[in-house]
Design a protein around this ligand. Structure first.
Ligand code: NAP
Length: 248
């Protein structure tokens, strides 16, 4: 796999699910992982597991949707480790409802976490990356941001917006040797999908050429690649990790 030896990496939403798997894989590849989420107890479990496996990880409690928090997270890391190489914007939430029933607060909280959060985090992280003329942003979007999905107007809008933000940041920072890419996972076995009935899961699988739901590690390996030196000529792209259910 791709070496991330010595790379200082922030992963948001790293306390469970896809984010935890990203933290595990990047630590296995030699990165110093800084795992961010709001719930301290869950984060500590992730970090302890990585350390027990021989990896380097620390927890940092914070809410990425708040401007001063995003800045504090990045500043804390730069003060402690001297720089920041990679930022993986993985934290995300859902508040699903048909558009006609959706309350403005349900719209706002999802947009604030899933779109404003990555914007704030990238804004805070840009300066240290510019200084060292090397940086990687990886934004975890979703296949529904490419296809639309009934019942997820807020979530889909945020994830589509994240794809546009990714392309814009790629254009703004390419000359500084900072890449910015998105990963659009399909249906991944996780807390977000565990409430689906067997019938719904079987129905989804009918539309997936690889005939299974994805695993968190499928996403994590794609993140490891996009963070690596080997991905240095890839920017502004959306990598679908979806078993073929959507082909851009
Ligand atoms: N699961 C899927 O099938 C799927 C498919 C496509 C895309 N995705 C995307 O993949 C990402 C991870 O999904 P998942 O299923 O692993 O989610 P998950 O299990 O619900 O985990 C979400 C993580 O984000 C953290 N988080 C939420 N709000 C936060 C905030 N304001 N500040 C800091 N951390 C916050 C949570 O911890 P705290 O609550 O402690 O803060 C948790 O660690 C999301 O962006 C999601 O949209 C998932």
């Amino acid at each position: 796999m791709f070496s991330l030896q010595g790379k200082i990496v922030i992963i948001t939403g790293a306390s469970q699910g896809i984010g935890e798997s990203i933290a595990n894989v990047l630590a296995e590849q030699g990165a110093q992982v800084i795992a961010v989420a709001r719930n301290e107890a869950n984060l500590k479990r992730t970090v302890e597991r990585i350390q027990q496996a021989g990896g380097s990880a620390e927890s940092l409690v914070g809410d990425i949707a708040e401007p001063e928090e995003a800045k504090r997270i990045v500043d804390t890391v730069v003060q402690k480790f001297g720089t920041l190489h990679c930022l993986v914007n993985n934290a995300g939430i859902t508040k699903d409802k048909l558009m006609i029933q959706m309350k403005p607060e349900e719209w706002d909280i999802v947009l604030n976490t899933n779109l404003r959060g990555p914007f704030l985090m990238m804004q805070a992280a840009t300066r240290p990356m510019m200084k060292q003329r090397w940086g990687r942003f990886v934004n975890i979007a979703s296949v529904v941001g490419q296809m639309g999905n009934a019942g997820q107007a807020n979530y889909v809008s945020a994830k589509s917006g994240l794809l546009g933000l990714t392309k814009t940041v790629a254009r703004e920072l390419g000359s500084r040797n900072i890449t910015c890419n998105a990963i659009a996972p399909g249906y991944i076995e996780s807390a977000m999908t565990q409430n689906l009935s067997d019938a719904m899961t079987a129905d989804f699988i009918k539309h997936i050429p690889l005939e299974r739901l994805g695993r968190a590690s499928d996403v994590a390996h794609a993140v490891a690649f996009l963070c690596s030196e080997e991905a240095s000529y890839i920017t502004g792209q959306t990598l679908g990790v979806n078993g073929g259910m959507f082909m851009a």
